[in-house]
Ligand binder design. Structure first.
Ligand SMILES: Cc1ncc(COP(=O)(O)O)c(C=O)c1O
Length: 361
């Protein structure tokens, strides 16, 4: 960061390019386009499908409702029609059987969200999407560093969208990225991320010269990554294995401590995936009482998520989602971040365990 500050070039420039190439290499993707958030990465990805320009009957995008609103806002912002799919009861990622039921030639894209860091069933969903000529967009905001059947998240879906927001596994304050295989689409996304400008200011600036001229072929967004967060990202990328390892160790301690508690459901990790353990989300009855109980013992909890179809803009698209509706009122997220100390972990564990005792008295 000091190098960037001293260089005088704080915007989109060489550190962004360096981060993009290191990140693409780290996840085994052909290309990486840095963005200022996952929200804009998702919107840019869907914008490449020109949903708004399609016949209204060909704008459907299949998506889970159990996600942060960014996944679904991108669909409406890009002119698509959300088609809500239910989730798998164990992993809470989009259920491939639901995708199979809902997919038709009207489907333009399928969004797979790696809930809590656990990759969705990517091979089955990709096969279904491709059979119908639809694009698989993976919302990997939670799953930086995860893998699926031995392959890194970022090298599997047609377009994978990452978040580097302050609380994410690779944190740079605000930032995001799209990874993909093809050079041509990467170049298009890169232009779209800088309002459609054919050449960035950095590319137009020489040592002793500046060329003001650029072309616009397509309207884009102001959504590119820039050099200050990219400089943080380069350091964070080197530490990702270590910080994700600490998340995994904490999740392991929680799961071991809670294994005998029959009143809560533990988060799953299927054998063929390696989760990035962004969240540790358990399921309990009497959630509100549990949250108050934890707060009373100095432990902050959260809920991920109230499903999107329950928010007003999405009500017109709501359809029955029995697994989502059964799971979400029971979901509670426990603290999980690399800086959690051993004594804080013990504090969380004993607070959870004492709830059982209280509830049985
Ligand atoms: C599943 C999911 N998708 C997308 C986003 C958006 O990420 P960003 O804050 O980088 O826009 C988030 C952020 O929390 C998220 O949890």
């Amino acid at each position: 960061m000091v190098d960037v500050l001293r260089s005088g070039w704080w915007g989109l420039g060489p550190k962004t390019a360096e981060f993009e190439s290191r990140f693409a290499e780290a996840v085994g993707a052909g290309h990486c386009v840095g963005t200022n958030s996952a929200s804009s990465a998702l919107l840019l990805s869907l914008a490449t499908l020109n949903l708004a320009g399609r016949h209204p009957a060909e704008r459907e995008v299949i998506t889970p409702a159990l996600t942060f609103v960014s996944t679904n806002h991108a669909i409406l912002q890009a002119g698509g029609i959300p088609v809500f799919a239910d989730v798998d009861p164990d992993t809470l990622t989009i259920d491939p059987a639901e995708v199979e039921r809902l997919i038709t030639p009207r489907t333009a894209a399928v969004m797979a969200v790696d809930y809590g860091g656990h990759p969705a069933e990517l091979d089955r969903i990709a096969a279904l999407a491709h059979k119908f000529g639809a694009t698989l967009v993976e919302d990997a905001a939670h799953s930086c560093g995860a893998s699926y059947r031995g392959r890194s998240v970022g090298s599997i879906a047609d377009l994978t969208c990452f978040s580097f927001h302050a609380v994410k596994n690779l944190a740079m304050g605000e930032g995001g990225a799209i990874t993909l295989a093809g050079a041509e689409l990467a170049e298009r996304l890169r232009k779209m991320s800088r309002l459609g400008l054919s050449r960035s200011t950095w590319e137009r600036t020489g040592v002793d010269s500046y060329s003001w001229d650029y072309d616009i072929e397509e309207i884009g967004l102001k959504a590119h990554l820039s050099d200050l967060p990219a400089a943080i990202g380069l350091v964070q990328l080197r530490r990702l294995g270590e910080t994700n390892g600490r998340r995994r160790a904490i999740a392991g301690l929680y799961s071991a401590a809670f294994a005998g508690l029959d009143w809560l459901t533990l988060p799953a990790e299927l054998d063929h995936v390696r989760s990035a353990w962004h969240l540790y989300a358990i399921r309990v009855d009497e959630r509100n009482r549990f949250i108050e109980h934890m707060a009373g013992r100095g432990v902050a909890t959260s809920v991920h998520y109230k499903p999107t179809h329950l928010y007003r803009p999405y009500v017109p698209y709501a359809r029955p989602l029995p697994v989502t509706e059964e799971a979400w009122p029971r979901l509670v997220t426990l603290p999980l971040f690399p800086g959690l100390t051993d004594s804080e972990i013990d504090q969380v564990i004993s607070a959870v365990r004492s709830f059982a005792v209280t509830s049985r008295c």
